[in-house]
Write a protein that binds this ligand. Structure first.
Ligand code: AR6
Length: 169
């Protein structure tokens, strides 16, 4: 059986999947980083669908359509802002990944691609985030036979190497 997950370097906005995950902010208002890239590529309809959803608390996720993206849906997950590790950041990050998989199951989605949530503007140390992300992804694959493919798309070669090393350890 082929592996149901993969780590790749690239641009998340180019990925064709049932859903891509956005590293969003609580206002779901768009922003910089991968959030900005997703909104630019999807078009203004994405923000129009986000607006009535209201605030999304840290650790939670909301689903919209993908509009002009190759992905059918966007799952907007709000990761924690790193505050030194003393504010439940690990648990909030893990909750993000788990809540994405809850929405996948509810909506009958089988393929998903993630960015490295919280490790850009939100400052979460990437080595630590990679361990949490991979643990939750592998647990979800075990739990949910309906999941066909989970891809983590790392923007840089350096970040890809961090995730590959986390997988080995
Ligand atoms: N494809 C894949 N990964 C990307 C892309 C891309 N096109 N662009 C950036 N990344 P960040 P956060 C990587 O800052 O830390 C926004 O303003 C990037 O290199 O996008 O969760 C939101 O509105 C990094 O590894 O998200 C929030 O306010 C990773 O995506 C805030 O930033 C996440 O970095 C969220 O911060």
């Amino acid at each position: 059986m082929t592996a149901r997950w993969e780590l790749v370097q690239g641009d998340l906005t180019q990925v064709k999947a049932d859903a891509i995950v956005n590293a969003a902010n609580s206002a779901l208002s768009g922003g910089g980083g991968v959030d900005g890239a997703i909104h630019r590529a999807a078009g203004p309809e994405l923000l129009a669908e986000c607006r009535p959803l209201g605030r999304c608390p840290f650790g939670e996720a909301r689903i919209t359509r993908g509009y002009r993206l190759p992905a059918a849906h966007v799952i907007h997950a709000v990761g924690p802002v790193w505050q030194g590790g003393t504010h439940d950041e690990d648990a909030v990050l893990a909750a993000c990944y788990r809540n994405v998989f809850v929405l996948m199951e509810q909506h009958g989605l089988r393929t998903v691609a993630f960015p490295s949530i919280s490790t850009g503007a939100y400052g979460f140390p990437i080595e630590r985030a990679a361990r949490i992300a991979l643990k939750e992804i592998l647990a979800a694959l075990e739990r949910l036979p309906s999941l066909q493919r989970v891809t983590v798309v790392l923007h840089s070669e350096r970040d890809l190497k961090v995730y590959q090393r986390a997988l080995e350890s």
